[in-house]
Design a protein around this ligand. Structure first.
Ligand code: C5P
Length: 415
């Protein structure tokens, strides 16, 4: 254990009212063991699960509970409480607390501190599996993520209510890991290694019209590309994301250009040039319908099917890679989803497309990568292949952004 990994870090822990609140006692111990100071706010409902006395014994500080406690207000206002912290940590984040955060409510001390802060917020959700899966909670999760709030967990497993599924709060050590990762990340982002550089990222699928109501598409979720744009922006790059149609929310801090077709995607990329970095993560349709119909096509009785003539779409990655002189981004990165001989095929693709790096992922069904939240990638450069461990798409994005920053720090010109 690194005893000082959180030395002098000030954490404002907001304890929501759920059975998982008991885990907070251990969480406070673990955070303090690592050098953090912890101040706690408990919601009214949290009192049903742990006592302020236990919490304050472990934090070594007064526990803050009531917005209208005038003594607290005199000693420390709710604004000061969050101003004084380096990180706000919500554990357990109940469905109710998340809904109030997503709605911007400030009807108790916990939500007031959360609304009044410009500090980073990390939440550890905990709730019944059906509450987690409910459309309202899923909507709130998307809103909170878009607001820049980070999540740790929930985990899948047996729940106190006797059910099984996602909703268990992350274990205290996992939360500590997420807090440490947050500060590690913050330290790295603090010197903004990509400041002054322009980045262009493509993400999501394209839709190629057959007629005004039908189109050819693919299953790309856009999760990886969007996460890459967010990670580059976090490190200071002025980032343009050219996004095909996807349900993944626009990342914060990024200029997003929404497009439908491959042609539009190419035009939006060209309009965003010059750029120092181009990362093509979109699953661009290889073909489009040569002459899409102007009116909705009608099926005719007795006809033996329909023949669509397809035409190849422009290859955006190859086009950007082939640009000459100052128009060519200094680092062009493509993706290769492969199901076999991953490194061999990706190395080939790097040469064929003329890009500098390829991020190759193994999407064979056994990996469960396709459409999921994890990715398992290899980075193919002129020097060879780097194997990265399986990680969430968000962590892969951050690592790639760091790798890009290292590349520019070393002052290498990729061309
Ligand atoms: O040729 P393939 O589709 O396997 O190549 C994948 C890589 O090429 C990805 O980086 C993808 O974004 C990019 N690509 C592109 N334009 C296309 C097809 C692929 O930018 N028309």
């Amino acid at each position: 254990m690194d005893k000082s990994s959180l030395e002098a870090r000030r954490i404002l822990l907001i304890i929501g009212g759920g059975i998982a609140a008991y885990k907070c006692l251990d969480l406070i111990r673990r955070l303090r063991e690592r050098g953090a100071s912890v101040r706690a706010i408990m919601t009214g409902a949290a009192h049903e699960f742990v006592t302020p006395l236990s919490v304050s014994s472990l934090t070594g500080e007064k526990v803050f509970t009531d917005l209208f406690d005038l003594t607290d207000e005199a000693e420390m206002g709710h604004i000061e409480l969050s101003r004084d912290a380096d990180l706000l940590l919500v554990a357990p984040a109940t469905a109710d607390l998340m809904a109030r955060m997503a709605g911007g409510l400030a009807n108790d001390l916990a939500t007031t501190a959360l609304l009044a802060t410009d500090k980073p917020v990390l939440i550890a959700p905990a709730m019944n599996v059906r509450m987690w899966e409910h459309a309202a909670t899923q909507r709130n999760i998307a809103t909170l993520a878009q607001d820049g709030i980070s999540f740790v967990g929930p985990n899948e497993g047996d729940m106190a209510c006797g059910e099984f599924g996602p909703g268990r709060m992350a274990e205290p050590m996992e939360i500590v890991g997420a807090v440490e990762a947050h500060f590690g990340e913050a330290a790295f982002a603090a010197d903004q290694p990509l400041k002054g550089l322009k980045a262009l990222v493509t993400s999501g699928p394209t839709h190629e019209p057959i007629d005004p109501v039908r189109y050819i598409a693919n299953r790309s979720s856009g999760k990886q590309g969007h996460a890459i744009a967010a990670a580059l922006a976090t490190l200071g790059a002025e980032t343009v994301l050219v996004a095909g149609p996807t349900a993944t929310p626009d990342p914060a801090g990024v200029s997003v250009r929404h497009v439908e077709t491959a042609d539009e995607m190419l035009a939006a990329c060209e309009a965003a040039l010059p750029a120092d970095i181009a990362i093509c993560a979109a699953a661009v349709a290889d073909w489009r319908v040569e002459a899409s119909a102007e009116q909705k096509m009608k099926k005719k009785n007795g006809e033996d099917g329909l023949h669509l003539k397809l035409k190849q779409n422009p290859d955006i990655l190859a086009t950007l890679s082939a640009l000459k002189g100052r128009k060519r981004p200094r680092l062009v990165v493509g993706f290769a989803a492969e199901t076999e001989k991953v490194i061999e095929h990706a190395t080939d693709k790097r040469m064929r497309k003329g890009c500098d790096w390829i991020v190759a992922n193994d999407v064979s069904p056994a990996t469960g990568i396709m459409g999921g939240d994890d990715n398992l990638v290899h980075i193919i450069t002129a020097e060879g292949a780097e194997d990265w461990p399986r990680a969430s798409k968000r962590d892969v994005a951050r690592r790639l952004a760091h790798r890009v920053a290292d590349h520019f720090r070393k002052g290498k010109s990729a061309t």
